[in-house]
Structures are given as C-alpha cells and as structure tokens.
Write a protein that binds this ligand. Structure first.
Ligand SMILES: *[C@@H]1O[C@H](CO)[C@@H](O)[C@H](O)[C@H]1NC(C)=O
Ligand SMILES: *[C@@H]1O[C@H](CO)[C@@H](O)[C@H](O)[C@H]1NC(C)=O
Length: 397
C-alpha cells in the first residue's frame, strides 16, 4: 500500500512523546464481496497490545480489543464475524482493521482509537457498485439470492425459447393442416365423401434432392378421371386433367421437375414428386381436386428447404439466386431451425455464464471462510473475559 509509506513519512515528521493515532487521508476503496484493510497506526510506533483499541463507524462499534484479546460483546451486528486486527502487528503500533465480505452498508467513516490517547484516526471506506454485485452480492445469503435470481432468469429464458419454438411449430402445422387436421374427424364422420389430406408435418428437403409432397384422398377415391392441381401460392406447380398431365400454365420454376404417380391415382394418392429442389421451392403447397363433391377439396403441405450445410454457402446462394429475401420469412422451416439454433446457443452461453459465476463465488467464499476460521476461536476466548468487572463497566456505555 502506498499509503503505508505516507504514514511512515508522517511518523518521522511528527515526533512527540505521546503517539498519535493515524488513519488514512485517502479514502479506502473496496468492491462488494471483497476483503479490505482499513489502515491505522500509532505514530510514533508504540506497543498497544496491552491497551484497549477500538474501531467505530459513527456510533456503531465495529471492533474492540482489550486485555490482549478481541472483545466483541458490543459489536454491531453488521460486522459480526467479519472484522479482525493483526494481533502480531499490534506491538508495533499497527491497529489496522481487516473487514471481510464488504457490503454497501459498510461504506462510511471509520475511527480507530486508543482510549488512552487523545487523537483518533479516521478512515473513509468507499464501496464500489460492481456489476458483479447484481448477481452475486457478498454475504452467504446474497450468494444464494444471486443463484436464485440466476436460476429464475434461466428458467424464463428456457420458457421463452420454448414458447417461441412452439408458436412457430403451431403456425407451420396450421398452414399444413387445413385438410390434414380433419383426419381424425373423418373416421367418425361416415360420409361417403373424400377429403383431400396434405401433411401436418412440414416436409424437409436439401437443395438438389428430390422430394415427395404427400397428398391423398381420405377415404381413398379414384381421381384418375378428375382434375388434380398443385399450387404454390398463386403459382401453378402441376396440373393433371382428363387422364394426363396438363402443364401449359405451369410456372417456369417447376418446368420439367414435377410428376404425379399416375398409377397411384386410382387409390386417391395425388402426391407430387419434385426433383432437384432449390431454395426457391420452399413454401406452402396446396393439392386441389376442384370437382370433388366433398367440402374439403384442398390439402396443404409445407416444404422447407435446407441448404448444403455450409451457412456461408447458403447465404451466397440466397444472394445470387434470389436476393436472399427469404431470410426474413419467419414461418418457413428455415426460420424455425434458425430460431432453435439461436435459442440453443443463447441457452448454452447462459448456462456456462452461470456456472462460471457460481464457481467464482464459491472459490471466493471458501477463501473468506479460510481467513475467518481462526478468528472465531479468539471470540470464544473473549467470552470468558465478560465476567471481569472491567467489562461490566464498559458494557454500560
Ligand atoms: C499493518 O498490518 C497489515 C497486515 O499485516 C499490513 O498490511 C500493513 O501494511 C501494516 N501497516 C504498517 C504501517 O506496518
Ligand atoms: C464522512 O466524513 C466526511 C467529512 O469528514 C463527510 O463529508 C461525509 O458525509 C461523511 N460520510 C458519512 C457517511 O458520514
């Protein structure tokens, strides 16, 4: 401590018969949770190990030493088990106070004094509002409070991510399930009419793959003589009419890439095969049988397209192929998987952070516990001093 040096300078200048008690001109700074030494010395040095030494904060008794031992019967509760003097230094006039696990409440003006001597030393303690304090305040209860806050926050984050993902999934399912959602009703509803059923689950494909968008009639119904139409939004993907494919109005994007399973159509299977999937194919498709007598003439299938692993490559492809505007469409499958990835990463970072914080705190607490252990034994000895008349007198104060 630089300050110590200053004090010694002081000592050499200030030569009197009787020692002065010297605190600190400079305020002492500490961070919540830290240990701190409040310096105080007698100048010139003189042995105080047999005298009474007292530390106060305003009217509160912080620490008292007398008859060669700590005497803490009147110690303010705030400082319980957190103060100590350096007994072995006292013969050299060093009456610095060690204060462990500093709290904001500790900030203020302290005086160190030896009742035998007139002059008092003063030390101002400034306690920093460290950001660490928010999650892990210093004392034991503060620690568990920090942990509780952390855990609650963690749960909130997890619940939030869960809700987000669930909402996303529900949305996708609703899109897909207009027809599909009725599947269960269908068994009860004994009507002879068939409904068109798409898929609840989004269909996933990787760029370049072939994919089948499932769609069928429930109960099975021969549609080989009817018109069957696949659309993506307003774009015509595939049309079948009068026993053959009719691709005159087909959107360019799907040229030469679509087919139905003609031989399956008598059994009501109107699934669409789409080859060489591109990212542009992602979206919601409807399979439609316009002449069906049933109410439900349309099924829905959502296609999600995943790029070839490499995210950079994907971004580039987006840019060059179609300006990357799909990045912002939240309802599609890629938005969903991106949300899951982001959520997972945040969660992992959070858990690691909490772990570090807890570990750090534990280490600190352990260190403090190590320092404080010896001190407690002294206190037990002091209880025996209580019976002496001297002590009774002091107690009245
Ligand atoms: C008093 O003792 C404490 C603890 O050993 C030490 O940090 C401090 O420098 C000492 N002060 C002087 C003036 O010796
Ligand atoms: C400490 O003392 C200084 C002057 O010595 C005073 O300005 C300040 O308000 C005091 N602080 C407290 C907390 O009493």
């Amino acid at each position: 401590m630089n300050f110590t040096f200053l004090v010694f300078l002081f000592l050499t200048v200030n030569v009197t018969d009787e020692s002065d008690v010297i605190g600190s001109h400079e305020p002492v700074k500490a961070t919540v949770g830290q240990d701190v030494i409040l310096p105080c010395h007698l100048g010139p040095p003189s042995d105080v190990s047999t005298l009474t030494v007292e530390w106060r904060q305003d009217e509160k008794q912080v620490h008292r030493y007398r008859s060669g031992k700590d005497y803490l019967a009147l110690q303010d509760e705030n400082f319980k088990d957190r103060t100590s003097l350096f007994h072995e230094e006292m013969s050299r006039g060093n009456i610095s106070l060690k204060l462990t696990k500093v709290t904001e409440r500790d900030a203020g003006n302290y005086t160190c004094f030896v009742p035998r001597l007139v002059k008092r030393g003063k030390v101002t303690l400034i306690v920093d509002h460290d950001q660490e304090k928010i999650l892990t305040p210093a004392d034991g209860r503060g620690f568990s409070r920090g942990a509780v806050v952390g855990i609650v926050f963690g749960i909130l984050v997890i619940v939030g991510i869960g809700l987000f993902v669930w909402k996303k999934y529900r949305k996708t399912e609703q899109n897909a399930g207009d027809g599909g959602g009725r599947q269960e009703d269908e068994e009860d509803n004994k009507s002879e009419e068939s409904d068109v059923i798409g898929s609840h689950e989004p269909v996933k494909a990787t760029v370049g793959q072939d994919v089948i968008l499932p769609c069928h009639l429930e109960p099975p119904f021969d549609v080989s003589t009817l018109t069957v139409e696949w659309k993506q939004d307003e774009k015509q993907v595939h049309r079948y009419r009068s026993g053959a494919d009719d691709l005159v109005d087909q959107d360019k994007n799907y040229k030469d890439r679509t087919s139905l399973f003609h031989e399956e159509m008598t059994r009501g299977n109107i699934s669409l095969k789409l080859t060489k999937v591109t990212e542009r194919d992602a979206g919601t498709y409807t399979c439609h049988v316009p002449k069906l007598p049933s109410q439900v003439k349309r099924g829905k299938v959502t296609l999600t397209v995943e790029s070839v692993d490499d995210a950079d490559k994907r971004r580039q492809t987006n840019k060059t192929v179609h300006g990357g505007d799909e990045i912002l469409t939240p309802a599609d499958g890629r938005g969903l998987s991106r949300a899951v990835v982001v959520g997972t990463v945040i969660l992992i970072l959070f858990i690691v952070g909490i772990g570090l914080l807890v570990w750090k705190k534990y280490r600190k607490t352990e260190q403090n516990a190590g320092d404080g252990g010896g001190r407690q034994e002294d206190e037990e000895d002091d209880d025996q001093v209580n019976s002496s008349p001297n002590v009774q007198r002091r107690r009245r104060r």
